[in-house]
Design a binder for this molecule. Structure first.
Ligand code: SF4
Ligand code: SF4
Length: 131
């Protein structure tokens, strides 16, 4: 198994530093791959990255919700969305995502498709645009 970073990722990058096996990488190119990804062959499922994510974007693979219920106000970032997210990451650098959407309280989102995106990123290589 592995842990999965979902579309709730807003490129904070805090998870990268706590991973003991250094298997979390930023997607490239940044404008097409707004998520970070976890190498499923290297991840040891220690769970250290989960509490580090300020957006609660990381789940064990078998717990990625197919029906995530929004608390309200959080963003998701996916190709095709037309909203705009602007914030700062763990290091204080600007993060701008042009394909994002702010969720309303109670809105239900399927995050399970992010499992395939994560596997494809390592199988097909950076730049493969599954979205
Ligand atoms: S800490 Fe969360 S938001 Fe930041 S890169 Fe990791 S998964 Fe994405
Ligand atoms: S679960 Fe552990 S090994 Fe896997 S990505 Fe998170 S910190 Fe790294």
């Amino acid at each position: 198994m592995t842990h999965i970073i979902t579309s709730l990722c807003l490129r904070d990058s805090g998870c990268v530093e706590v991973c003991p096996v250094e298997c979390i990488v930023p997607g490239k190119p940044q404008e097409q791959w707004p998520l970070f990804y976890i190498d499923p062959d290297t991840c040891i499922d220690c769970g250290a990255c989960v509490p580090e994510c300020p957006y609660a974007a990381i789940f064990p693979e078998d717990e990625v919700p197919a029906a995530y219920t929004a608390k309200g106000g959080e963003f998701i970032s996916r190709s095709g969305l037309t909203g705009h997210y602007k914030g700062v990451d763990h290091h204080g650098n600007d993060v701008v995502l042009s394909e994002a959407k702010q969720l309303a309280k109670g809105e239900i989102v399927d995050l399970s498709g992010d499992i395939k995106f994560n596997y494809d990123y390592f199988k097909k290589g950076p730049g493969y645009n599954a979205k």
